[in-house]
Write a protein that binds this ligand. Structure first.
Ligand SMILES: *[C@@H]1O[C@H](CO)[C@@H](O)[C@H](O)[C@H]1NC(C)=O
Ligand SMILES: *[C@@H]1O[C@H](CO)[C@@H](O)[C@H](O)[C@H]1NC(C)=O
Ligand SMILES: *[C@@H]1O[C@H](CO)[C@@H](O)[C@H](O)[C@H]1NC(C)=O
Ligand SMILES: *[C@@H]1O[C@H](CO)[C@@H](O)[C@H](O)[C@H]1NC(C)=O
Ligand SMILES: *[C@@H]1O[C@H](CO)[C@@H](O)[C@H](O)[C@H]1NC(C)=O
Length: 253
């Protein structure tokens, strides 16, 4: 009786060790430490409280707002929307903080007071992430200079820049390198015109475009309708706060 109990206890200890081993191997050490580094910037304690440097809870795949691939244990999704303390000032992000997540597919940075990136650490750093398909940057303070920092992000399918500080006339040529982009959301900015050159060859896969802004910066709908003819895959166009001046020419599209 006593002997079998000892066997049972040692089996239990063995199982616990196996479970612990499996648990701590859940996520890559380099990704775990990269997340702990991000924690300094995404500092609203309500959301990331279990991102801690604790050996008993070291599997970062179990952490809130982090999603891993079950097979590889690599981080594939980071949902950091509204995770920066709202009272903290506008800040300039270092995009290199995300490059350790080599398999990342989706990055959500909505509503984090981001005014841009620090010098030489712009969003183009994310071009190393060959699987990155979804980038959500709405409700931040990006201005038109973001367009020049998006180069190389050719894996992106969906980019959202709604409710930022984009303004004036936006030349779509700035988005040329986003060759796989299917959905672009720039609504609720102060953009009043979108320029698409007649012989434009970029954004061949764009099927959904959301534009339009505020009553202080109305889009001239007729101009936009004329220029979007150069986007061959476009199926859905949202135009908020739009006025139509002149006549719209039906080109049979
Ligand atoms: C996880 O990664 C493996 C290997 O790269 C891949 O085959 C699989 O489709 C991925 N699973 C998910 C759910 O993404
Ligand atoms: C940005 O982050 C990377 C990776 O952590 C670091 O090597 C680099 O020094 C940082 N750059 C700035 C300007 O802080
Ligand atoms: C636009 O954003 C950049 C940072 O990305 C900043 O350096 C620049 O001052 C901003 N421009 C204006 C006019 O606010
Ligand atoms: C866009 O915003 C910047 C900074 O606020 C300003 O300097 C510039 O004149 C604006 N451009 C247009 C076309 O409204
Ligand atoms: C329509 O929008 C254009 C461009 O912003 C502006 O110049 C024009 O005055 C607007 N027209 C009306 C009737 O609001």
């Amino acid at each position: 009786m006593c002997g079998s109990k000892r066997v049972w206890v040692s089996e239990l200890i063995f199982i616990l060790l196996v479970v612990k081993g499996w648990w701590s191997e859940g996520c890559l050490e380099q990704e775990r430490s990269a997340l702990l580094q991000l924690r300094h910037f995404f500092n609203d304690d309500r959301f990331l409280q279990n991102w801690v440097d604790d050996e008993y809870y070291s599997d970062c795949c179990q952490w809130k707002q982090v999603e891993c691939n079950d097979t590889t244990g690599r981080v594939i999704e980071l949902d950091l929307a509204l995770t920066r303390n709202w009272k903290s000032a506008e800040w300039y992000m270092n995009a290199s903080l995300f490059t350790p997540f080599e398999q990342l597919e989706s990055l959500d940075l909505i509503g984090n007071n981001i005014a841009g990136c620090v010098e030489n650490e712009g969003l183009d750093r994310l071009s190393r992430l060959n699987n990155l398909k979804f980038l959500y940057l709405s409700f931040n303070y990006f201005n038109n200079s973001i367009f020049s920092s998006l180069c190389g992000l050719s894996s992106l399918r969906h980019l959202s820049l709604a409710v930022n500080r984009l303004n004036g006339s936006v030349d779509i040529k700035g988005l040329n390198s986003l060759s796989n982009l299917e959905e672009l959301d720039m609504k609720y900015n102060a953009i009043d015109n979108l320029v698409v050159p007649k012989d434009y060859r970029g954004l061949r896969k764009l099927n959904t475009l959301r534009l339009g802004g505020t009553d202080i910066a109305m889009i001239d709908g007729s101009k936009v309708l004329q220029s979007i003819g150069s986007l061959p895959s476009l199926k859905t166009l949202y135009l908020l706060y739009t006025n139509f001046t002149g006549t719209v020419v039906n080109q049979g599209k």
